[in-house]
Design a protein around this ligand. Structure first.
Ligand code: FAD
Length: 333
């Protein structure tokens, strides 16, 4: 077996995305997956949220499991769909009370069966408004902190700076399927930044230049926060069809053909890992500040990608926040 690891990839941070399990058996399997993923030293593990709050309990269960059993920061996806301001505030407070300090603020998609033009959102009209609400709820919940005064054991001083909350948002290198233009997507990202977002995670994509070109446009427009590329190792033709249906991305023809003509599951898995590894290496070479891997609640494939990129080292990776906000993006061809 050739050594496919690449020390040139350095030591950049990585994170994983999981979804809440739907059965007891899936819950036990997910707990085993979490143990393996946490041992790799990710920057955070994110947990998706059912569009209209359908997974509130199960998402929170996974997040609290992460808090209880690992030292990894959990990051909670939250959506705007169908909530009043008061309901959304209650939900945010519930997550904060559980110990969650990292969020991915999303608008969410219309629930199935929603017709074009039907209102589905509730009081919050966009992810940017949800970002603002998370900041507001956090500020109201902990308006100040007390701190000890050195040399005066019984005395306390009031600190007005707030506890840090990381609020990530979604970004779409190839445009959101409903967006009117690429400029609209960048404008939306700027609005999210103005609302207080401090990180973005991208929709999956299949070519490094799609991400790198998007970063150049975003930086030129004034987007300053780190934008993590979302990478999904695609290990079967059925999975590829499903994710294209969900994301609206264009068919990556070379990968699609390679998966279709490969007769064995093992071979298809190898194709998916190799494709994701090559993509990850090009992104890192192009200046990506980290990698966010869609894990599909399994550890083997995403860990294989990181291992081949040379990122599974025994020393902990640096934090995303240690990177300059406007991490330079190298030229690409
Ligand atoms: P916004 O920032 O509010 O809008 C994004 C873009 O949508 C705008 O730029 C605009 O161009 C375009 N747009 C949207 N609707 C219209 C319209 N009607 N007309 C014109 N333009 C429009 N969804 C979930 O339900 N749960 C999850 O856990 C989840 N996790 C995600 C994680 C990542 C990393 C990403 C990239 C997406 C995730 N989504 C999730 C999907 C997301 O909710 C949808 O893509 C949603 O449609 C847009 O959300 P947003 O936060 O980007 O919205």
């Amino acid at each position: 077996m050739p050594d496919t690891s690449d020390p040139a990839c350095g030591n950049i941070p990585f994170s994983f995305e999981l979804y809440p399990p739907k059965s007891d058996a899936a819950t036990s399997a997910l707990h085993a997956t979490i143990k393996r993923l946490a041992a790799a030293g990710p920057e955070f593990i994110s947990v998706t949220y059912g569009a209209n709050g359908s997974s509130r309990r199960s998402s929170l269960d996974v997040l609290t499991h992460l808090l209880r059993t690992t030292t990894v920061d959990p990051l909670a996806h939250l959506t705007c769909v169908g909530s009043s301001n008061a309901e959304a505030s209650r939900l945010i407070r519930e997550f904060l009370d559980a110990g969650v300090r990292n969020f991915l603020a999303l608008r969410g998609d219309p629930p199935e069966g929603t017709r074009e033009g039907d209102a589905f959102l509730g009081d919050l009209g966009s992810a940017a408004e949800l970002v603002q609400l998370i900041h507001r709820v956090q500020a109201e919940r902990v308006p100040y902190r007390e701190a000890a005064i050195p040399g005066l054991p019984a005395a306390r001083t009031i600190k007005r700076e707030r506890e840090k909350v990381r609020i990530a948002v979604a970004a779409f290198p190839n445009g959101h399927p409903r967006s009117r233009s690429t400029t609209q997507d960048i404008d939306t990202l700027l609005a999210k930044q103005a609302a207080g977002a401090n990180l973005a995670i991208t929709q999956l994509f299949f070519h490094a230049d799609h991400y790198l070109g998007f970063i150049q446009r975003a930086r030129a427009a004034g987007v300053e926060f780190p934008i993590l590329p979302g990478i999904m190792p695609v290990t079967s033709p059925a999975r590829l069809r499903r994710i294209l249906e969900l994301s609206g991305e264009e068919l990556p023809s070379e990968l699609a053909i390679a998966l279709e003509v490969e007769p064995t599951k093992e071979g298809q898995r190898e194709i998916g890992i190799r494709h994701a590894t090559e993509l990850a290496r090009k992104l890192i070479a192009g200046g990506a500040p980290g990698l966010h891997l869609y894990a599909f609640n399994q550890h083997e494939t995403v860990l294989a990608v990181l291992e081949r990129c040379g990122l599974l080292t025994p020393t902990p990776a640096p934090s995303v926040s240690e990177f300059p906000a406007s991490h330079p993006v190298k030229e690409y061809s």
